[in-house]
Ligand binder design. Structure first.
Ligand SMILES: Cc1cc2nc3c(=O)[nH]c(=O)nc-3n(C[C@H](O)[C@H](O)[C@H](O)COP(=O)(O)O)c2cc1C
Ligand SMILES: CC(C)CC(=O)C(=O)O
Length: 378
């Protein structure tokens, strides 16, 4: 009998890591990481929408070998999961983004670095240079285009494969936890992408840190002329915008609502995924983040047409728990869970995962078999 692996005496699943990681954080940081905007409805829905789907397992398949690997941003990765960009890993643990990157490299998965990282893009990429993984640089475009371009030039120089432009934050969401806690960054936190920040000019109206409010589709076309890096759009939730993104030349889409930190009441990402997949019709890859906490969640997102999944908070809980080692525990758990679900679903490769493996539960509690998926080019 194959027994499940034990990782750590306290951590057996991501919920354990969330509990134990949070215990180690100061309340202000814990609330900043875990919180979202307004009533947290979108944040909650991101998770609960995974429970509206049930698995339809196929049996009597030889699952002696299960290959969880896939391709993302030109790299062969261990399984279809990577790290979404999240700001301020330095608040969780001194290992900060360097530790997250080393754990990603050890597991052989990709990572997107936040432009609000506390570790430089150069150092982050160096941690994984021998692992064959891909890094992308996230950009929250600010009003000062020179600042945006300096981040892009650094990403080019340090071997990043893509810019993930966050398109869901022209205005910052209303995060009540930050108001209640009077959130403030400790003095040891610096932002190498914004080296001129000296504390309060982050919010002082300086064009080099103020988000650009007039980004429109022509910005993507212009950006494509200025860099050879792929340009991905992070924060698409509708078929309409997916079509416009393809037309504007986007190299890929991340179906995301910023982990429920921007527009509260926005659709959950799993609910938005099918319409985006359908609109894109395989012309560019479609990825997803938000609310993924288990291997079965990754399976469900893939069955609904995502090519790859990303997680944000899990890296932060891992770091808070035990630095780089905590992040590795998280990745081992998710990889093992995903492998197990694939085996028990009768899938031996990621390409075997199909919509027919799911049934969706409607409001009246009835289950409906899912039937559609559009294949995407990787
Ligand atoms: C503390 C924190 C900081 C974040 N910072 C950024 C950021 O700088 N840029 C960005 O595009 N998204 C940011 N995000 C959103 C994540 O990239 C991602 O969309 C989200 O965390 C996914 O949801 P999950 O945490 O449920 O996995 C942040 C999320 C968290 C929790
Ligand atoms: C510096 C922050 C505004 C980064 C961010 O996007 C977030 O906290 O969600």
């Amino acid at each position: 009998m194959n027994r499940a692996t034990t990782y750590d005496d306290k951590i057996h699943c991501i919920a354990d890591l969330e509990n134990e990681g949070n215990k180690k954080l100061a309340p202000m940081v814990r609330d900043f990481y875990n919180g979202g905007s307004m009533d947290l409805n979108t944040l909650k829905e991101n998770k609960s929408s995974y429970d509206r789907y049930r698995l339809r397992p196929r049996v009597m398949v030889d699952v002696t070998e299960v290959d969880t690997s896939t391709t993302c941003l030109g790299s062969n990765v261990a399984f279809p999961l990577g790290f979404s960009p999240s700001a301020n890993h330095g608040l969780a643990h001194p290992d900060a983004e360097g530790g997250t990157s080393r754990a990603a490299a050890k597991k052989r998965i990709n990572m997107v670095l936040s432009s609000w990282s506390n570790t430089s893009p150069k150092v982050v990429a160096e941690q994984g240079k021998d692992a064959g993984i891909s890094y992308a640089q996230q950009l929250s475009a600010v009003k000062d285009e020179e600042t945006n371009m300096s981040i892009i030039r650094n990403a080019e120089e340090f071997g990043y494969k893509a810019i993930f432009l966050s398109v869901d934050c022209p205005w910052l969401g209303r995060r009540l936890n930050e108001m209640k806690n009077t959130f403030a960054l400790p003095s040891h936190c610096t932002f190498p992408c914004y080296p001129f920040i000296n504390g309060d000019n982050m919010v002082s109206g300086d064009n080099r840190t103020q988000y650009e409010t007039n980004l429109t589709w022509s910005y993507i076309k212009d950006l494509k002329k200025k860099t050879k890096l792929q340009i991905w759009l992070k924060g698409i939730l509708t078929a309409e915008d997916a079509e416009l993104a393809v037309n504007a030349g986007a190299d890929g889409i991340v179906v995301s609502n910023h982990g429920g930190r921007q527009l509260d009441g926005a659709m959950s990402t799993l609910d938005a995924l099918p319409e985006v997949v359908q609109a894109v019709r395989g012309r560019i890859p479609v990825h997803i983040d938000g609310g993924i906490r288990r291997g079965s969640d990754i399976f469900k997102a893939l069955a609904l047409g995502a090519d790859y999944c990303w997680v944000g908070r899990i890296a932060l809980w891992g770091l808070a728990y035990k630095g780089e080692e905590g992040v590795s525990i998280a990745l081992n758990i998710l990889h093992d869970e995903f492998s197990l679900v694939m085996a028990l679903m009768g899938c031996t490769t990621v390409q075997d995962i199909k919509p027919e493996h799911l049934a969706r539960m409607s409001e009246d509690g009835r289950l409906h078999k899912v039937t559609r998926r559009v294949e995407a080019k990787l």
